[in-house]
Design a protein. Structure first.
Lengths: 506, 639
């Protein structure tokens, strides 16, 4: 393990993507480069994971002063919360180079750029740095959607752009507000995330800043009612982009809430948590109900994904360790189940030239391995015990019951809602009589089968033996709940220590 | 107090490994070379038989311990642990789970063997056995789990297998729909289970969320009557799903779409009794709130009545048996509801034998008649299939509650307990249902085996099934005959071995109501049985034409249109809400502000477009105007 491993995980894909853009590489070279880089990143990430000590605090910290006059630094680090989002990206992204036919060079370049930027957003320990990565990770999505998307891509791009610009502006304003407040309260400039918890924020401006962050993240998650960009964007985007959006980028929205909103705006958060929790639950039900009306399986998965994100977000709002830990676990579970289902949907589309559920049928008889993989991912998505989906969902519902009985009971209905649309779709696509379009459906090739195997196994292992994974998460989530009390009690002392430390460093 | 033995974990592991192995073999060979069926058949039986052997070992080990310390535990690993929540993948063998274990593995093994014959020639032979093994493994997790969460793993696992096996012949849409229905209805129940577990956890779960810890803390101040009632009723909602009780019973008759061995194993002998097991497992909770018990008992007995009414008018042999299962499950809940947990579990035990026997017998008939299931196409088969006939009559007598067959003793114990604890209403309905049971059971027997053949072509080709199918029938028939003797009450000179065996596991007090009540209970049951069978004989004993139904009979034949009602009231509105969200609410309400913003930009853009005329002199004019405005403002502010 070397010192700047996080920087390498972030900038290796970004550099590779930029080089691809700048050079006249062929399509297959681009695809191979993407695969090689993503596998290299995977190896580094696994090494990182193995070396992660689960202290609860940031590890693998890199801190280089950047704009010293404003206290902005190039600061990176991972804790048990960010580690799992980082890992989900590193583990899953190589998959997109294995499946589907070879596409344009720019498509692969953008995939690499988005991978690096997402890793950056997750690892950033400085708010300005976070903001930069946040913005950078959105650009490739626009390009992929706008350039390589489906026939209705332009309205979808317009909508996602409007939403994103609104969110980003609000977030930037809120970040600046935090920096300025920090300067006002402690007499020095800093944008370090871990220092913001010490801020004492009150009044209307604090509430506005709270909503600034909250809306920015709510759009990204997306939280009801800010989800309306999602069905169009997820459906029209190339499958790999949809996969990136749902499996990882949506999670960075949740991560933002955990990192910025919960520790910094603890008072506002406690006040509005019930409102947000209802937004999560209503979103889960609303999108889950809308999913059953879909005729296009990709759009159905889009609504399904939004429905599950409602539950994941709910876990963060319940303010207890079971629900929060459940959310983090569910982030990975959702990435490996719904994310992978999107890839399978892409395979279905590519091989049958249709996304209409009713055009298909009888695929299980034609491609048993594909059907088995699909079924396992689907069962994880509906939270069957023995798969990764159960552990997180159970802890979120359990925590929600403690937080608020009504919210908990409503959250529990996800057990029923998810299974309705999923089984109905599975029936019409995989069972019943073989439709003409699926008559010649090709089974997964050996390479595809082997590429998906680790993820499918991960779904099962994470369901049967979650303890090793959870033991890396819980120290950090426990700290989330330990912090506010200690901060309130020892605020002056710790501030003084912070000041002392910075002076010593200088 | 409790002893740790690591072989407990092996019991569910054997069939689970079998499932993985068979499943992989099937997936990788099914579209290319076909493995011989023998390979799958033998592999499939290894797991269940090994589990049965281990179950015997557990039984011997428990027997060797003094009754009050008959607990064997095994903690395989920490499953998950967050904050106060500590869940082990742990197993508990006590007298209750051991009894379940013995008959589940025994009957499971027999049905696996039977299936080797029954499923012969099926193109998905391997897949069938993979699912069956997976089912048995899940069922054993359910039974052996040391706490509610581990039980829930098995609980949902058996639900999944049930779904997979109901939709086994998946080319046919109606089979898959039946599978979906089973899964979704069960999920409704599972929501109750999860919520019940959650409330229980927040009350006393932090001190350990396994049965033994929970039992030790049941009198904590956090366990108020309100919490207890909530938890008991929510868990019972789970039980009504899995065990097909009102209002969630609707999936079980449809579940008959699966292969007959599946109906015997999953939808009669084992999985559907999981709800009863769960209530008995939580007897320490139910014993604390009488109201919860009464609700359980009334739901049970009313389900028994309703299903018996439906059972009297069915024409599909498997549906007759399916409703009889729902009805018998109702009895079991009546038993555990009136706090006669050992009586309820004893009925689970005897029912497993005679109902598995009846289903396998029905399977033998169906097999002989090339998948004909309508009893009005059968008749006179007793000469053609003597072994099937004799064994099925034994099963029917046990189901109908004829002394001294097993069903008589177990059902009588439940009805006696209801009477002795003062639940007269439940007892009275129970006796009525006993008569109806005798009637519809023997209606089936007479129509299928007696009289003249109705379909001569099918009759000519019918022949007795092979030994691999009839031997399990004979073994089960022996069980159906004698299993009742295990819990012979004192009045017949027995000493209730099963009740005593279960005593350390369940929280119950045996009521002593006196010999008169006991004789009354027995007498009423016997009379009800006699009347039921007499009417059945009078109507169908010498052959009868297919009846046409009118009035109430027609209403009952259509199962009171409950399925249609659910479809109108739940399924259709659910879909309508889904599509109205998608087609109406999303574009016109939720998305309206976003569209509004987009439109605003368009309007602003159009408005400003007017000024963008493209002439340099106009832009120069704008500059001059702007500069003058600025200097005006500046000069004002400087002043």
């Amino acid at each position: 393990m070397f010192e700047h491993v996080l920087s390498v995980i972030i900038f290796l894909p970004i550099l590779a993507g930029l080089i691809l853009l700048a050079t006249p590489a062929s399509r297959s070279v681009a695809r191979f480069t993407g695969l090689a880089v993503s596998l290299a990143t995977l190896v580094l990430s696994l090494d990182l994971y193995a070396g992660f000590q689960a202290t609860g605090h940031l590890e693998f910290v890199e801190n280089i002063p950047w704009i010293e006059s404003l206290g902005i630094s190039y600061a990176l680090g991972v804790d048990g919360i960010s580690l799992f989002i980082l890992m989900a990206g590193s583990v899953l992204l190589p998959l997109v180079y294995f499946v589907f036919g070879t596409r344009e060079k720019g498509y692969y370049a953008n995939l690499l750029l988005v991978q690096g930027a997402m890793a950056g957003a997750v690892c950033a320990a400085d708010m300005i740095l976070f903001y930069i990565f946040w913005e950078v990770m959105l650009l490739p999505v626009f390009f992929m959607l706008g350039l390589y998307g489906g026939p209705q891509r332009l309205p979808a791009t317009l909508k996602i752009t409007l939403y994103t610009i609104a969110g980003s502006l609000l977030m930037l304003a809120a970040i600046v507000y935090l920096g300025v407040s920090y300067h006002a309260q402690f007499g020095e400039w800093s944008f370090a995330m871990d220092k913001m918890a010490a801020l004492n924020l009150t009044g209307r401006v604090a509430a506005v800043a709270f909503f600034g962050f909250m809306i920015a993240f709510a759009i990204k998650i997306p939280l009801f009612p800010f989800h309306t960009w999602l069905p169009d964007a997820y459906t029209e985007a190339p499958t790999a982009t949809t996969f990136v959006l749902s499996a990882i980028m949506a999670k960075i929205g949740v991560y933002g809430v955990i990192r910025f909103v919960v520790p910094v705006f603890d008072l506002e958060f406690a006040r509005f948590a019930i409102l947000l929790a209802y937004a999560g639950v209503i979103g889960m039900m609303y999108c889950g109900l809308a999913a059953i009306a879909q005729k296009d399986f990709k759009r159905m998965l889009a609504f399904s994904s939004a429905s599950h994100m409602g539950v994941i977000a709910l876990g963060v709002f319940c303010m207890n360790i079971q629900a929060l830990t459940g959310s983090i676990y569910q982030i990975v579970a959702h990435a490996t189940s719904t994310g992978v289902l999107f890839l399978f949907a892409g395979i279905l589309e590519e091989r049958t030239n249709t996304r209409t559920i009713d055009d298909l049928g009888g695929i299980a008889a034609k491609a048993p391995v594909f059907a088995l993989y699909f079924a396992i991912a689907m069962l994880a998505s509906v939270g069957l015990p023995g798969t990764s989906g159960f552990i997180g969902e159970f802890m979120i519902v359990l925590g929600a019951i403690k937080f608020n009985t009504a919210v908990g009971v409503l959250a529990g209905t996800t057990l029923i809602i998810g299974v309705c649309y999923m089984l109905w779709m599975f029936q019409r696509v995989f069972f019943e009589k073989t439709a003409s379009r699926s008559e010649n459906f090709k089974e997964l090739s050996l390479v595809e089968g082997l590429a998906f195997l680790p993820v499918i196994l991960l779904i099962i292992v994470m369901g049967i033996y979650p303890h090793p994974f959870l033991s890396k998460i819980t120290p950090s989530t426990a700290l989330q709940f330990a912090q506010p009390a200690s901060v309130v009690a020892q605020a002056p002392a710790s501030n003084a220590q912070n000041l002392g430390l910075t002076i010593e460093q200088k | 107090m409790e002893q740790s033995v690591n072989y407990l974990g092996l019991i569910p592991l054997f069939p689970l490994l079998g499932a993985v192995l068979i499943g992989l073999l099937h997936v990788f060979t099914c579209n290319r070379t076909k493995l011989p069926e023998k390979v799958y058949g033998i592999l499939a039986c290894v797991g269940p038989v090994l589990s049965f052997v281990m179950a015997l070992k557990v039984f011997v080990a428990l027997k060797g311990l003094p009754p009050e310390s008959r607990f064997l535990v095994h903690k395989a690993f920490t499953w998950f642990s967050v904050g106060d929540l500590h869940i082990n993948m742990g197993f508990l063998a006590d007298p209750l789970s051991c009894l379940m274990l013995l008959f589940v593995t025994f009957i499971g093994s027999l049905i696996h063997i039977y299936s080797i014959g029954y499923m012969g020639g099926d193109k998905n032979y391997g897949k069938f056995f993979a699912y069956m093994n997976l089912f048995l493994g899940s069922m054993l997790v359910l039974v052996l789990g040391d706490g509610p969460v581990v039980m829930f793993v098995g609980w949902e696992g058996v639900g999944l297998c049930s779904y997979l096996l109901i939709s086994f012949y998946s080319e046919d849409r109606s089979n898959v729909l039946a599978g979906n229905k089973a899964f979704i209805v069960n999920r409704v129940g599972d929501l109750g289970f999860v919520l019940g577990m959650s409330f229980l956890f927040w009350a006393i779960g932090a001190q350990g969320f396994d049965y033994l810890s929970l039992k030790a803390h049941v009198n904590d101040p956090a366990m108020t009557q309100g919490v207890l009632l909530t938890v008991c009723l929510l868990l019972f909602v789970g039980a009504t799903g899995k065990s097909a009780q009102i209002p969630l019973y609707v999936w079980l008759p449809d579940a008959m779409a699966g292969p007959t061995p599946v109906s015997a194993l999953i939808h009669a002998a084992t999985m559907v009794t999981a709800g009863v097991y769960m209530v008995a497992r939580f007897s320490f909770l139910y014993a604390e709130v009488a109201l919860a018990g009464s609700i359980v008992a009334w739901v049970g007995i009313l389900t028994a009545l309703l299903a018996a009414i439906f059972g009297m008018f069915q024409e599909d042999i498997k549906k007759v048996l399916a409703y009889s299962t729902v009805s018998q499950l109702g009895y079991m809940f009546a038993g555990v509801g009136v706090a006669a947990y050992s009586a309820g579990i004893f009925h689970v035990f005897t029912h497993a034998f005679f109902k598995a026997l009846l289903f396998l017998g029905a399977g033998s008939v169906i097999y002989a008649l090339h998948h004909e299931q309508n009893i009005w196409k059968m008749g006179g088969l007793k000469n053609k299939m003597p072994k099937t006939y004799v064994t099925m009559v034994i099963g029917a007598l046990a189901l109908a509650g004829c002394p001294p067959f097993s069903g008589f003793f177990s059902k009588d114990e439940i009805l006696y307990s209801a009477l002795a604890t003062g639940h007269f209403g439940i007892w009275a309905v129970g006796v009525l249902v006993a008569g109806m049971t005798a009637y519809y059971t023997f209606r089936m027997i007479f129509v299928v085996f007696h009289g003249e053949p109705r379909d001569h072509h099918a009759y000519e080709h019918a022949q007795e099934s092979p030994a691999v199918m009839t031997v399990p029938l004979i073994i089960l028939a022996v069980g159906a005959l004698f299993a009742g003797l295990l819990n012979l009450p004192a009045i017949f000179g027995g000493d209730q071995i099963v009740s005593h065996w279960l005593a350390p596991s369940v929280t119950e007090h045996h009521p002593h109501a006196g010999v008169f009540i006991e004789i009354l209970a027995i007498g009423a049951s016997v009379v009800a049985f006699a009347i039921g069978i007499k009417i059945a004989y009078a109507k169908f004993g010498k052959g009868a034409p297919e009846p046409s139904f009118t009035g109430f009979a027609d209403f009952a034949y259509h199962k009171f249109y409950v399925d249609e009602l659910y479809d109108k009231v739940i399924v259709q509105p659910y879909k309508a809400i889904g599509s109205s969200i998608w087609k109406v609410i999303e574009p016109n309400v939720t998305d309206a502000p976003v569209k509004g913003v987009a439109r605003l930009y368009m309007v602003l853009g159009t408005a400003f477009k007017v000024f963008q005329v493209g002439y340099v002199r106009v832009y120069a004019l704008y500059m001059v105007l702007g500069l003058s405005l600025m200097s005006l403002l500046l000069s004002q502010s400087l002043n």
